[in-house]
Write a protein that binds this ligand. Structure first.
Ligand SMILES: Cc1ncc(COP(=O)(O)O)c(C=O)c1O
Length: 453
């Protein structure tokens, strides 16, 4: 949709930013030209070609809330690897633990003491006693879906309209206008008709959830406690508690994917709202920049799984990964949770996000924009609609790709990196008030250029 009316002005502004980018990023351009030879679209993963501008910024080094590119441009980083670097770049305790472990060997197919410490820290924070580790949140979600189908004997997964849980086949579905499950736009090589695997329900709609669960076909409800990947969509009062009750009533495994909503605090929204999910999924953050994912289970679910799997075939049952639980990621998780992502750090990060939100709101008020800003702990996001969205569909309908690309590129040209394909900002333990003020200045300037008479 087009949230901004003057498309000619938007085109011109974007062109100006593009020219400015080209002038200030010659070394990134040189790298990109070389990269077009050996890599598809000249990027290591295809979605990186979606960054605004003619080619991506090449990073030279990063520390804390900042990084420098190969042209010597310096940036305040609010993208933070879309949560992968929420701890700040290269946090000292994690770097030290990783250096120490890699010198002693990184992967053995055997556990290390760090795994016990890491699992114990997560159990304490999220209130779930049993943990497993993977290499990514995607893997953790995939494994949870398999286990859920396995222990319930049911075939389908329920998800929210416009959710994102990583590259998990069952989740690339949306609802059409008649409420049917259909593949999400441009779903690449879907293995099977999504109707066979998935039921889609709107966020904040308990009646739709109950209708889906009452069919007896649903093994698991996989959800973020607040949507974060289509802009932020917060739960209405009672929604999460209601979902918990429905899952209990229909023996549906309730999986809270807290990969992003861990921004709410050390134990995510699970702990903040005293929720009792059957499973929690994590990833990105907890390794302080080292790839790792995790899922936590209740004692009861862990028992259901243990008593229904066979030792002899446990390695070829569809749950695993040779590098899962490797010594390097376990050392990283232990150091990150105990020394970087501390409860005290979260308090600071949340205060900065409050300030970021207040600054954005000030600009919205000054220019009387029909935009809104929402927050989950240390994560904030503005969207191009007047009120906070209640469903994923409402949030999706407020999207304006060209407007977003302009704001993103304007930010990059002023030394600010925002989460791509979003208007989202994340605070790290290393972010400070000056960084937040830096964003305020860019945002006001970008908006003024759009709305000045
Ligand atoms: C809520 C959520 N779950 C899972 C994932 C997948 O994470 P990864 O790509 O690191 O596997 C993402 C990625 O953005 C996410 O936002």
């Amino acid at each position: 949709m087009q949230a901004y009316g003057d498309r000619e002005r938007l085109d011109n502004l974007f062109r100006e930013e593009n020219n400015r980018y080209i002038l200030t990023h010659p070394a990134s351009r040189e790298n990109h030209e070389k990269a077009l030879g050996p890599m598809v679209e000249g990027v290591p993963m295809i979605w990186m070609s979606k960054w605004p501008g003619p080619y991506p910024v090449y990073v030279e080094h990063a520390k804390g809330a900042h990084f420098t590119d190969v042209d010597g441009n310096m940036y305040t980083d609010f993208c933070l690897g879309d949560t992968g670097a929420m701890c700040g770049h290269a946090p000292d305790p994690t770097v030290k633990a990783v250096q120490n472990q890699i010198a002693k060997g990184s992967t053995f197919m055997l556990p290390t003491e760090d795994a016990i410490a890491s699992a114990s820290l997560l159990a304490e924070r999220f209130g779930l006693p049993k943990w497993q580790f993977t290499l990514s949140a995607t893997d953790a979600n995939r494994h949870m879906l398999r286990y859920s189908r396995h222990v319930t004997g049911r075939s389908k997964i329920a998800i929210h309209d416009y959710c994102y849980h990583g590259t998990v086949d069952e989740t690339f579905a949306v609802m059409d206008d008649a409420g049917n499950t259909v593949p999400r736009r441009d779903n690449v090589g879907k293995p099977i008709d999504l109707k066979e695997t998935t039921v889609v329900i709107p966020f904040n709609d308990l009646e739709a959830a109950e209708r889906a669960f009452a069919t007896g076909e649903v093994a698991a409800m996989l959800m973020e406690p607040a949507l974060t990947n289509i802009g932020i969509v917060l739960p209405q009062p009672g929604y999460l508690e209601g979902m918990q009750e429905l899952c209990l009533k229909y023996d549906v495994i309730w999986i809270l994917d807290e990969t992003h909503t861990i921004s709410a605090g050390p134990g995510g929204m699970t702990r903040k709202y005293n929720l009792q999910p059957d499973a929690v999924v994590l990833g990105k953050t907890i390794g302080g920049g080292v790839p790792v994912g995790a899922f936590g289970l209740t004692q009861e679910l862990a028992m259901r799984i243990a008593t229904s799997t066979n030792l002899e075939s446990i390695d070829i049952g569809g749950v695993g990964g040779t590098l899962a639980g490797n010594a390097l990621s376990m050392a990283a998780v232990r150091a990150t949770l105990s020394e970087v992502l501390t409860p005290k750090a979260f308090e600071r990060m949340e205060k900065l996000a409050e300030l970021w939100v207040a600054n954005v709101q000030q600009v919205i008020d000054e220019f009387e924009l029909p935009w809104q800003v929402s927050r989950i702990g240390c994560r904030g996001e503005y969207s191009f609609r007047a009120t906070a969205p209640i469903t994923g569909r409402e949030a999706a309908d407020a999207d304006d790709f060209e407007l977003q690309q302009y704001l993103q590129l304007h930010a990059i040209n002023r030394g600010i990196l925002m989460t791509p394909f979003h208007n989202m900002a994340l605070m790290s333990p290393a972010t400070d008030e000056e960084d937040v003020a830096h964003h305020h200045a860019h945002f006001r300037e970008a908006v003024e250029a759009l709305y000045r008479d």
